[in-house]
Ligand binder design. Structure first.
Ligand code: ADP
Ligand code: MG
Length: 656
């Protein structure tokens, strides 16, 4: 009896297994069929022939035509992966992860095996990996270990039109290695039509155009400028939902916080609309969205419901969401801006360019006629928006890139083959900073400190803080702080309905007013921070810095922090604001800081954020004499003497 029962169980098990297999099989068949419906599919053979015939090829095709997901697969099918990997770069980490996941599904393999991705602090590849999606910054770092990219048979610099700093530097490096590696194929792919510029730069490389199908998009403008674009966007989305025919909505917002606010308000207002309204599914997407939630935006919308995707710029060209029929474009994005005079960098909400506005509108016309609601006037569009976004290289701090190029042995930065050169002032400023951090010597050559710093995939000030921790015997604490700072602003999660609770919990970490950096040290439970920490630990070993803990000596920890961040020092003013020391500017301690009520006389900060005021985020108290002790070539005694003890006429002695 027992035997027959077991047989019965086994039989069921087998049946289930067979059923699952056939389901997986048919899912795979469906995916294969879908691949053939993409606009790029008709050009597969032509494209492969062009790759075969030319070493460098510029590829242009509308967003969603299949460039990112299909071209690497075509190359694999054509045998290119027998001689090396196919690498495909993305400016955004979410795009790299999401596209790799999709391609692994299409190929019916496990993510991380044949198809993988590599983003900073997360390597999801293996020995088997032949199609590797990665951020442009990661490929840049691979040059440090393998200057000729010998492991690759094809490099595809994707989303080239985004012109991120890393992509621009990659252009120069891949152009250079293509000269002595005739077997390396180089693809530069872009969603916009300024391909001539790429072609010119790559010695007149041929341009392969993939004609997209594009349906007409009706553009609507507002009659008058909107005072509150967030509210206008929410109202417009709900109006579409109530009055317009089926089709999903895509709303472009500027960042995580704004998206969370919009989601909250929308949910609230939908409840007020009663039960007769069709279901509205809200899907947020931004860079720090947990991986599990990212997949949600791609799930097909159930019959009778409507989806509204609240996205950052990431949905402009990096990710294509099927089924979008309505686009709401408030006309803003968050953009880095850099002042080379002061060396200060901040993220600002900025009007988008006409090119961006047109990309955004285009997202609504992929599968049928669409509508785009621009929350600005036609006059604004024609007269106020720039034609194109300024490339990042012209509006950012270059210290990181300069350090990397120096460690690649590229010394003559003024003559590097830039597609658009950075302002020489900005280059100079980075050299100055690296010199101040002792990463370069007076001749501009890399020092031992600089060589060690370059091993860390971090901003130079953070790397310096780590390297300096050797001297203060607290590398253990410092890499914990560095890993927490690296995961960004998401450490203290602040759910909208539990804010008081969350703030109290956070304040517990501030007991004793030890400062924000040290408070970070105490919250060490997050997994991602742990992973990053493990990697930093590995890198410490590589640069031969011993892992030493100095748990009771906060002064040592603060001195290490100061060793990296001394250019970010500020002094308290009588009115409770602060004045930065080197390039005097008024700043404030961010209200979320544990020191916001304490107001120490002297502080160093991690970064500045401009909201209603210029705020310092992640702040630690320091003693002014440390500045002279740690950075004698940067600060003189007169910089740090208290203004009460020595009166100096305004502006004097500050010229630098
Ligand atoms: P392009 O790079 O030309 O903009 P893609 O190759 O990214 O085009 O997209 C081709 C198709 O693959 C689109 O229809 C898109 O919706 C789909 N796709 C891409 N990534 C995913 C994903 N993670 N999940 C589901 N579908 C995806
Ligand atoms: Mg793409």
């Amino acid at each position: 009896i027992n035997a027959s029962v077991m047989d019965g169980d086994k039989f069921d098990e087998l049946q289930t297994e067979l059923h699952e297999q056939s389901e997986a099989q048919s899912a795979l068949e469906k995916l294969q069929a879908d691949r053939k419906t993409l606009p790029i599919y008709r050009y597969r053979d032509e494209l492969l022939k062009a790759v075969h015939d030319h070493q460098v090829l510029v590829i242009v095709g509308e967003t969603g035509s299949g460039k990112t997901t299909q071209i690497p697969q075509y190359l694999h099918e054509a045998g290119y992966t027998k001689r090396g990997k196919v690498g495909c770069t993305q400016p955004r980490r979410v795009a790299a992860m999401s596209v790799a996941a999709r391609v692994s599904q299409e190929m019916g393999v496990k993510l991380g095996h044949e198809v993988g991705y590599s983003i900073r602090f997360e390597d999801c590849t293996s020995e088997k990996t032949v199609l590797k999606y990665m951020t442009d910054g990661m490929l840049l770092r691979e040059f440090l270990g393998e200057p000729d990219l010998a492991g690759y048979s094809v490099v595809m610099v994707d989303e080239a039109h985004e012109r991120t700093l890393s992509t621009d530097i990659l252009f120069g490096l891949v152009k250079d290695i293509a000269r002595f590696r005739p077997d390396l194929k180089l693809l530069i792919s872009s969603a916009t039509l300024d391909a001539e510029k790429f072609s010119d730069y790559f010695d007149s490389a041929p341009i392969f155009k993939i004609p997209g199908r594009r349906y007409p998009v009706e553009i609507h403008y507002t009659k008058a400028p909107e005072a509150d674009y967030l509210d206008a966007a929410i109202v417009t989305a709900l109006q579409i939902h109530v009055t317009q025919s089926p089709g999903d909505i895509l709303v472009f917002l500027t960042g995580q916080e704004e998206i969370e606010t919009a989601e909250e308000i929308m949910k609230h207002r939908i409840r007020g609309l009663g039960t007769k309204i069709a279901e509205l599914i809200i899907c947020p997407i931004y860079a720090n969205l947990p991986t599990e939630l990212q997949a949600k935006i791609f799930e097909p919308t159930p019959e009778g419901a409507r989806k509204v995707v609240l996205a950052t710029n990431i949905a402009e060209t990096s990710l294509t969401i099927d089924g979008i029929k309505y686009v709401i474009d408030p006309g803003f994005c968050k953009m880095k801006s850099y002042n080379p005079r002061t060396g200060m960098e901040s993220l600002l909400v900025t009007p988008i360019s006409k090119a961006s506005a047109n990309q955004r509108a285009g997202r609504s016309g992929r599968t049928g006629p669409g509508k785009c609601f621009r929350l600005y006037t036609a006059y604004n569009y024609y007269n106020d928006l720039d034609d194109n976004t300024v490339p990042e290289i012209q509006r950012t701090n270059l210290a990181n890139v300069v350090l990397m190029l120096k460690s690649l042995g590229i010394h003559d930065l003024l003559h590097f083959d830039f597609m658009d050169p950075p302002p020489s002032e900005a280059l100079l400023k980075s050299l100055e900073l690296l010199f101040a951090l002792s990463a370069l010597n007076k001749l501009g050559e890399l020092t031992k400190v600089g060589r060690r710093m370059a091993e860390f995939p971090l901003d130079p000030m953070l790397s310096k803080m780590i390297v300096a921790s050797e001297k203060y015997k607290c590398s253990d604490e410092i890499i914990s702080i560095a890993s927490m700072l690296s995961i960004g602003n998401s450490i203290f999660y602040r759910p909208k309905d539990k804010q008081v609770h969350a703030d109290n919990a956070r304040m517990n970490f501030h007991a004793g007013n030890v400062g924000d950096h040290i408070a970070l040290l105490k919250v060490r439970s997050m997994k991602r921070a742990r992973d990053i920490r493990d990697q930093l630990e590995g890198l410490l070993e590589r640069v031969e810095i011993e892992l030493v803990s100095n748990p009771n000596d906060f002064e040592a920890v603060k001195k290490s922090i100061t060793s990296g961040f001394f250019p970010h020092s500020a002094r308290l003013q009588k009115n409770g604001s602060y004045r930065t020391v080197k390039h005097p500017q008024t700043v404030h301690i961010h209200p979320s800081s544990g020191l916001a009520q304490v107001l120490p006389r002297w502080v160093v900060y991690h970064e500045l954020v401009l909201t209603t005021k210029e705020y310092m985020r992640q702040v630690t108290e320091l003693k002014p004499e440390w500045l002279v002790e740690i950075a004698p070539h940067y600060y003189q005694l007169k910089d740090v003497e208290d203004s009460t003890s020595k009166k100096m006429p305004r502006g004097e002695g500050r010229a630098s």
